[in-house]
Design a protein around this ligand. Sequence first.
Ligand code: AMP
Length: 270
Amino acid sequence: MKILYNLEELEIAKNEYKQGGIAFVPTMGALHAGHLSLINKANSVADKVIVSIFVNPLQFGPNEDFTKYPRNIDKDLALLRNKKVDYLFYPSFTKDELLKIKQVSAEPKLADILCGKFRKGHFDGVATIVNYFFELIEPNYAVFGEKDYQQLKIIEAMVNNLSLNVKILAAPILREASGLAMSSRNVYLNQSSRLKADEIYKNLNSMSEEISKILAGGIERNKKIQRIIDSYKEKFINSGFELDYLEYHWSRILIAARIDGVRLIDNMPA
Ligand code: AMP
């Protein structure tokens, strides 16, 4: 695995990889098995794979965890070296530098709902850096996790709206044995909050079952689905969660909830 620290090194690598296909896996590091499953998917579609590790300052709000976001490059390198990864793009752009690149607005219809209501500007920051990395790397494929389902929808829309020449692939959510969706931010959870966090998966599962029955039944679906959502909202709140949202979109139940101050997101088809 070659580590590319800057644009010059990326340019040289591009001359090596541009003949065959290359698949790109963007990450913010603090890698776990979820990220590694994206790398497997990338390897299944292209000869070469490039991973990026970059904690993007543009996508963090002023009161969010940019400075304390988990960073562990030594462990990340060890995990990547155990996989077939051809290149790691590991740049160190500053926020000021990034404010000078082309700023991309995420599709408002997709960006103003769910997480977008609670993280103003977050998806513009995501769209801007992803578009920039697409311009720099020129990948044939890019792999995104369904864990960040709204992000996936926004990137698909951006590629479509800007007619970008990259195929977006979606990878399913990888979970801990308990069902908790793997996330770099899970390290913020202590033992008791982790146990509580496991309720997210349990509740999503039973909601999914209940909603599937309603969908099979036919009449007054929306009203009935809303009733289920409302009853689970109450359940989550009674268990001590602070809910940003619990909603049904894109035939999925999506949740963002805080437990002991840690914000977790998850989703499940229904
Ligand atoms: P992040 O490093 O959190 O920005 O995530 C980088 C990529 O990994 C994104 O496309 C995420 O959706 C994806 N990802 C994160 N966690 C998981 C997971 N548990 N399962 C599958 N993909 C994931």
